[in-house]
Design a protein around this ligand. Structure first.
Ligand code: PSU
Ligand code: MN
Length: 424
């Protein structure tokens, strides 16, 4: 979106809007205007391709969203300069679409606060994601631990690429999240995705160590918990994964309870999964979610699914069958002022499932082996998943891929409905 300096000046009174002296946007308009003019001149001299590049880096990492889901306009910027662009475009947008002065005031104050808070956000939006934001398009977050610690190469890469394609085909934009060389990435370029899929020693990052990887400049994959944190930070409302972590069998003795559960009640993200893995203690997992007030909604079934199998033998706490109903549920929670995420359980497609009676022995054997090897902490889940692959002769992997694809499609549909609701 090229910027016209004359218009900036003309628009400046809109930023005041009779709000009085308490509003200090803290922006050096003249300085930013000079820089903007310089960039535009430079990019014009360098031709169209270069111009796009400049645009993407300097202007696109901003987003102005009329975000009903978050109850207010949200302004994102990765620099002071971009923040200024935000304010300008935003003010044009405001005059076009709003007349309620109170709302306008609140919005501008929020904007001003965010402008100073977000001078340098510690994450990078991929060009694709940044572009989607400026267009108000739906974005779906994807985790990366499933790539580095959940499946072997090259199946993991195929899965990761497929899932992104499925999301794009449904009109939404995928944002695979990971930390690369200390930078939190919201959306990966295909070359980055490929490199990550081939990095078996990437860290497995959860709430405890996300920031650690960033300050030590390391590369790591985000679990459900860390992906939720990143998605919430980047205002991505929907996230697709395979299965969440939960209370492990024997958790009452080992105290092994995934940080995913804690995050589900903390971060405002809708997590679409195929239930929790049957290697866990599912009744206890549901109890924790119930205690923490996390809605658990199964799609199209009265039974909570168990990842590889459609039926865990447990009743689902809640059931909704349509993406639009799930979106409406999330919006109503927001309107009631509720924070925290929700879990959408999407049973694996029938033709891909491994019935519970077929997989039970493999689970027992894998858990016993983890025990014999004295596995603990974050190593448990990757170990058991890898062991399941051997125990089922690769069948668990095929099922895993099928269910992630299925979840990506549903997440995209939910995100599209939410984005649509935001436009109205
Ligand atoms: N489900 C999969 N494969 C995985 C995981 C889940 O099919 O690799 C990962 C997710 O990233 C999840 C993590 O957040 O395992 C949970 O690990 P833990 O149990 O250590 O919290
Ligand atoms: Mn654990």
């Amino acid at each position: 979106m090229p910027c016209n300096m004359t218009r900036i000046k003309a628009q400046r009174p809109d930023l005041d809007l009779g709000l009085g002296p308490d509003l200090d946007l803290g922006l050096d308009l003249d300085q930013a205007a000079k820089r903007e003019r310089h960039l535009l001149r430079k990019s014009e001299q360098q031709g169209v391709v270069k111009r796009q590049r400049t645009t993407a880096r300097t202007i696109l990492p901003i987003a102005i969203e009329r975000n009903a889901f978050h109850g207010a306009y949200v302004v994102r910027a990765n620099s002071r300069h971009a923040a200024l662009r935000c304010c300008i475009v935003f003010s044009q947008h405001l005059t076009a679409s709003f007349d309620g002065k109170e709302r306008t005031k609140r919005t501008i104050l929020t904007m001003a606060r965010m402008t100073s808070d977000t001078q340098s956000l510690p994450f990078d939006l991929s060009e694709e994601v940044a572009h989607a934001r400026t267009q108000g398009r739906a974005v779906v977050a994807l985790e990366s631990t499933i790539i580095t610690h959940g499946m072997p190469y090259p199946g993991n890469l195929d899965m990761a690429q497929d899932v992104e394609t499925i999301i794009r085909d449904r009109g939404a934009t995928p944002a695979t999240i990971a930390v690369i060389d200390g930078r939190l990435k919201i959306g990966l370029k295909s070359s980055q995705l490929e490199t990550l899929a081939r990095t078996p020693d990437a860290l497995k990052l959860s709430r405890a160590d996300l920031a650690f990887a960033m300050v030590t400049g390391q590369t790591g994959a985000t679990t459900v918990a860390a992906t939720m944190i990143a998605a919430a930070l980047a205002d991505i409302a929907v996230f697709a994964t395979g299965g969440i972590g939960g209370v492990h069998r024997g958790g009452e003795i080992s105290f092994d309870i995934s940080a995913d559960l804690e995050e589900l009640w903390r971060s405002d993200v809708i997590v679409v999964c195929a239930g929790a893995k049957a290697i866990l203690d599912l009744p206890k997992t549901l109890e924790v979610l119930e205690t923490r007030g996390v809605p658990v909604v199964t799609v199209g079934s009265n039974r909570f699914p168990a990842f590889w199998s459609r039926d865990s033998g447990l009743e689902t706490p809640l059931r909704l069958d349509k993406p639009a109903d799930i979106a409406a549920f999330a919006i109503m929670r927001k309107r009631l002022g509720m924070t925290g995420g929700m879990l959408v359980a999407n049973p694996i497609p029938k033709d891909a499932e491994i019935p519970a009676e077929d997989i039970g022995a493999a689970i027992e054997a894998s858990l016993a082996k983890a025990d014999r090897h004295g596995m603990s902490g974050k190593a448990v889940t990757p170990f058991v998943l890898a062991e399941m692959l051997t125990q089922t002769d690769g069948r668990s992997l095929l099922a895993n891929i099928a269910l992630v694809r299925n979840n990506a499609a549903l997440a995209a549909d939910i995100a599209m409905t939410l984005a649509d609701a935001d436009q109205h």
